[in-house]
Design a protein around this ligand. Structure first.
Ligand SMILES: NC(=O)c1ccc[n+]([C@@H]2O[C@H](COP(=O)([O-])OP(=O)(O)OC[C@H]3O[C@@H](n4cnc5c(N)ncnc54)[C@H](O)[C@@H]3O)[C@@H](O)[C@H]2O)c1
Ligand SMILES: [Zn+2]
Length: 650
């Protein structure tokens, strides 16, 4: 444990926390390695108070190690069996509708494996098949824990009693991802980019702001603006970005999955949450008084190191872009030895002087894969003149060096083939090694692979069994059902990842897409002129190959068309509605769901794009007037029900 020195802000919080010990006494406690129970508790309480106020003195891992010490000394100590209290905003508390717990923590993959063994054991005891064990990975938001039962918003408090902070919604706080109210536990969080760009001028950290959003006293104008701009939100965990899949897939692809979830949201996070979604297992494992046994937080500490670059080597991707990979003098970082790192792009290599002898600062900031944070000492940049795969002369395209050889560059063709089979995801066997081998025999296109026979594979040097298996896998890839958007994404057209493919296929069938114009594409939500042009060109380039492959007959499921959803005859179909106030007919959440079912878009706040503001009881005159000024039609709940022609209950 490194030395602790309190700064001015921490000292002011220490005063508030009304602690008896002087700061210098505390500092010496932090450095002693054999603490009495009382002092250990004091340390935990002081650290916690400072952490909750936004001025931590030690990192999370150290804090959790002190917690472990307490566990050793007194396993049933009350501090371990309740959740650590948040900063108190006012004194009145109310019981929470449901107990809110803390989480168990893991700082290594081994601990995650042990946790998964416990899940496996529970499944075994319940006779749940191993193949049915699903897990969900979500970003662990680092905000202010709260609970929304649809009527009231509560703080977590001590986990059993919290405070009523419904006023945050009255102040305009929105639910993230356009989700409804009443989804239970979540966090009040502030968009990172917004904090950096706007709020960091006025506030030191997000924690001060979170507290202000729910505080009883008058709210700061900058914070009110952040709420109005949608930058502060309540994020229910039920609606959060997630990866859900088989637990073994998670263990196999742990780093990649964790990294993608770590980067999935524009909010501060301090780890990822991993939990099983199997209700039977959850019920069986239950909870301690501190955490659910079926859930665990995976955390990583920020660590950095200064490392010398040995050389910078290019790697050609499937699109022809060259990625610079810096080879490093092997260095230990958060327990792993790092010997290479990808540099952002070649322009960075050039302008920051990344080459032999340069010194870079590597940071592993919660991420499993380290990144170059900055170049500490520049050197002569090492830039390639030719593609490492085909030898073509490379050219600059904005920040990137590109291999212009679209038809005959082995790296580009191989990576395209690997991408195809990997994206389909319903087969096994066509990984980098196999693809490299068959490319050596002039197999360059997807449709060619499908023509290969067992004899061909044997000729290429595969064993009899492997050859049989490869042919079986090709068959499986056509027979096992996959979504049409995934099939299209497998062709690797630039800007046509799964998400965009799905959006396009909600409007056009797969084969139609090859005939729509740039203008048609721009009309679809989410496609700007430039991406539409790039996609149009990309589709034209793959057209011939696409149809050759498509005609082999894959088992594709069609993406539902947007117009199929809901009841398009309804007078509210396609309209944007906002519900406000207390509804008589049912909960607001139910009414919103019903409206969505009728094809309406439901928004949380009134903008110029809103068609109807549906008002329940207790809606202020000012709100109604403001909506009318924006040209929004304001109707009562009764008028709305007449409009949609639903007289009775939902
Ligand atoms: N550095 C320090 O001085 C210091 C001091 C006190 C606590 N801490 C850290 O905080 C931990 C305890 O804090 P805690 O009990 O508030 O929180 P926690 O870290 O135990 O996490 C539990 C909370 O995570 C939240 N959460 C965020 N995203 C979630 C998601 N996707 N799914 C489910 N839950 C999600 C929930 O609100 C829940 O209440 C300690 O173990 C330590 O790591 C550090
Ligand atoms: Zn090339």
């Amino acid at each position: 444990m490194s030395a602790v020195k309190f700064n001015q802000q921490q000292l002011s919080v220490l005063d508030e926390a009304d602690l008896q010990q002087s700061a210098s006494e505390l500092e010496s406690l932090y450095q002693s390695n054999n603490l009495s129970l009382d002092n250990l508790l004091l340390l935990l309480e002081v650290s916690n108070a400072l952490y909750r106020a936004g001025y931590p003195v030690i990192d999370d891992q150290s804090y959790d190690q002190y917690l472990d010490q307490l566990k050793d000394k007194d396993p049933v100590h009350p501090y371990l069996t309740t959740v650590e209290p948040e900063v108190v905003v006012d004194s009145k508390t109310v019981p929470l509708p449901q107990k809110m717990l803390s989480t168990d923590k893991a700082y290594s993959f081994e601990e995650i494996k042990k946790w998964s063994d416990r899940i496996l054991k529970a499944a075994d005891e319940l006779d749940v098949a191993e193949s049915d064990i699903q897990v969900r990975v979500t970003p662990k938001l680092d905000g202010y824990a709260a609970f929304d039962d649809g009527q009231t918003l509560y703080t977590r408090g001590d986990g059993v009693r919290g405070q009523d902070v419904t006023r945050a919604f009255a102040r305009g706080l929105q639910v993230a991802n356009d989700a409804e109210r009443g989804l239970g536990p979540g966090e009040i969080v502030i968009k990172k980019s917004y904090f950096d760009e706007v709020l960091s001028k006025h506030f030191e950290n997000s924690r001060n702001i979170q507290a202000a959003i729910i505080a009883e006293k008058k709210i700061d104008a900058n914070i009110q603006k952040a709420i109005d701009d949608g930058a502060c939100v309540f994020y229910p965990f039920a609606a959060i970005e997630n990866w859900t899949g088989h637990y073994q897939t998670l263990l196999n692809d742990f780093e990649k999955i964790v990294e993608s979830i770590w980067n999935a949201v524009d909010f501060d996070i301090d780890g990822v949450i991993i939990e099983t979604t199997n209700e039977e297992i959850k019920a069986h494992m239950g909870a301690t008084r501190h955490h659910h046994r079926w859930q665990i937080a995976y955390k990583v500490n920020d660590e950095s190191a200064e490392v010398e670059v040995v050389k910078v080597l290019p790697q050609t991707s499937r699109t022809g872009r060259l990625s610079p990979v810096a080879e490093l003098i092997p260095t230990k970082l958060s327990g792993a030895t790092i010997s290479r790192v990808t540099v952002h792009h070649y322009n960075m290599v050039k302008t920051n002087g990344v080459g032999p002898g340069a010194v870079v600062q590597l940071v592993r900031s919660g991420l499993v894969i380290p990144k170059i944070e900055k170049v500490i000492k520049a050197a002569e940049p090492e830039l390639p003149e030719n593609c490492p795969s085909c030898g073509s002369h490379v050219i600059w395209e904005s920040d990137h060096l590109m291999c212009p050889n679209k038809t005959d560059c082995p790296a580009q063709t191989e990576n395209t083939l690997i991408h195809f089979f990997k994206t389909l995801g319903n087969n096994d066997g066509f990984g980098p090694k196999v693809i490299e081998k068959i490319s050596g025999f002039n197999v360059k296109h997807i449709h060619q692979i499908y023509q290969l026979t067992i004899e061909d594979f044997v000729k290429f040097g595969f064993g009899d069994k492997t050859s049989q298996n490869l042919v079986d896998q090709l068959k499986a890839s056509r027979e096992i059902e996959i979504e049409d958007w995934r099939f299209l994404a497998a062709f690797g057209v630039s800007r046509l990842g799964g998400g965009n493919c799905e959006k396009l296929l909600q409007h056009h069938t797969l084969t139609e897409l090859f005939d729509i114009s740039v203008e048609d594409m721009v009309k679809i939500d989410g496609f700007a002129q430039l991406s539409a042009e790039a996609i149009f060109e990309g589709l034209a380039n793959i057209r011939e190959e696409f149809f050759k492959v498509y005609q082999l007959g894959f088992n594709l499921t069609q993406t539902p068309k947007l117009s199929d959803a809901g009841n398009s005859d309804s007078p509210v179909a396609g309209k944007t509605l906002v519900f406000t106030g207390t509804m008589l007919q049912g909960s607001r959440g139910d009414m919103e769901k019903q409206a969505k079912g009728l094809g309406a878009k439901v928004a949380k706040s009134v903008t110029g794009k809103t068609d109807y503001l549906v008002t329940g009881e207790k809606v202020g005159e000012a709100k109604i007037k403001a909506a009318q000024e924006k040209g929004v039609t304001v109707i009562s709940e009764g008028e709305y029900l007449t409009l949609i022609n639903a007289e009775s209950g939902l």
